[in-house]
Design a binder for this molecule. Structure first.
Ligand SMILES: NC(=O)c1ccc[n+]([C@@H]2O[C@H](COP(=O)([O-])OP(=O)(O)OC[C@H]3O[C@@H](n4cnc5c(N)ncnc54)[C@H](OP(=O)(O)O)[C@@H]3O)[C@@H](O)[C@H]2O)c1
Length: 253
């Protein structure tokens, strides 16, 4: 049986870096399946990984037909999925009342609906020792005025991951939620998000985030956090939420 990695959002940023590092660190994988909408970017990634069999799946994961394509392919090939990385995601900032509901719905479709569906489709093919890595965000820990829908979508992912991890315990499969602060990718440009001076201070390189995430996943950790996000999580758990929301409002609105 062939063992594979499945990576969504592999055409850029964090997902692309996962493909690179997984290709290097797991030489016994037969194939790496990479999913995103941009075919050219996926082909460029394939060219970067000579000697690796890369399965290019140019799919818009907000569409049911795309999810059905993945489902059919998995049913046909019945691979063992050693690693699943859900990195496809997007964000839009600004007060809720200034946003287009279609953009907000799309964000929920990619960040929550597609992540849930891809995870569920892959579950039958995960074996003991398989790893699920969900690219969540530090935004999952706190409601965020000025980034409300995005932060709520990431809180959903964290809750989903924690419950799923408990369900999969007896199968020896772990779920790791990766919750970085700002990372230097196309994310800000794509979402038209201005990178504030505060966020610039904490801007991490995708290489570092991914290296730590793979390590934490192999350790079976349920969370993969850098130092600043550990602090944010701690503050979120000890400070009164009203105070946090007021500070966030002043900082981000
Ligand atoms: N960068 C940050 O500061 C940061 C911080 C915390 C968490 N995150 C999370 O990290 C994850 C990866 O983001 P990134 O920073 O790597 O940003 P990115 O460079 O913009 O990558 C986003 C990826 O998602 C894919 N994608 C978006 N919509 C899709 C759709 N409808 N169907 C299929 N694929 C889709 C994009 O591919 P196509 O455009 O080719 O479809 C791209 O590969 C996201 O979940 C994001 O929320 C990012």
């Amino acid at each position: 049986m062939k063992c594979i990695a499945v990576i969504t959002g592999a055409s850029s940023g964090i997902g692309r870096e996962f493909a690179r590092q997984i290709a290097a660190a797991y030489p016994s994988l037969s194939e790496i399946w990479v999913l995103a909408r941009r075919l050219t970017a996926l082909r460029e990634l394939e060219a970067e990984l000579p000697g690796k069999k890369v399965r290019i799946l140019p799919l818009d994961l907000t569409e049911d037909t795309a999810l059905e394509t993945l489902e059919a392919l998995l049913k046909k090939e019945r691979p063992c999925i050693r690693i699943l990385v859900n990195s496809a995601g997007c964000g839009k900032s600004g007060p809720v009342e200034s946003q287009d509901w279609k953009d907000a719905s799309r964000m929920l479709d990619v960040n929550c609906r597609a992540l849930t569906a891809v995870t569920m489709l892959c579950l039958p093919y995960l074996k003991k020792g398989s790893r699920i890595i969900q690219i969540d965000s530090g935004s999952a820990f706190l409601p965020q005025p000025g980034f409300a829908v995005y932060a709520a979508s990431k809180a959903y992912v964290l809750s989903f991951d924690q419950a799923l991890g408990a369900e999969l315990k007896d199968r020896g499969i772990t779920v790791t939620s990766v919750c970085p602060g700002p990372v230097d990718t196309e994310f800000f440009q794509t979402g038209g998000i201005a990178l504030s001076p505060l966020k610039k201070i904490f801007l991490a390189k995708p290489q570092k985030v991914v290296k730590k995430a793979l390590f934490d996943a192999e350790e079976g950790k349920d969370l993969s956090l850098g130092r600043s996000m550990k602090l944010l999580r701690l503050l979120g758990s000890v400070l009164p939420q009203k105070l946090i929301l007021e500070v966030m409002r002043k900082l981000f609105l």
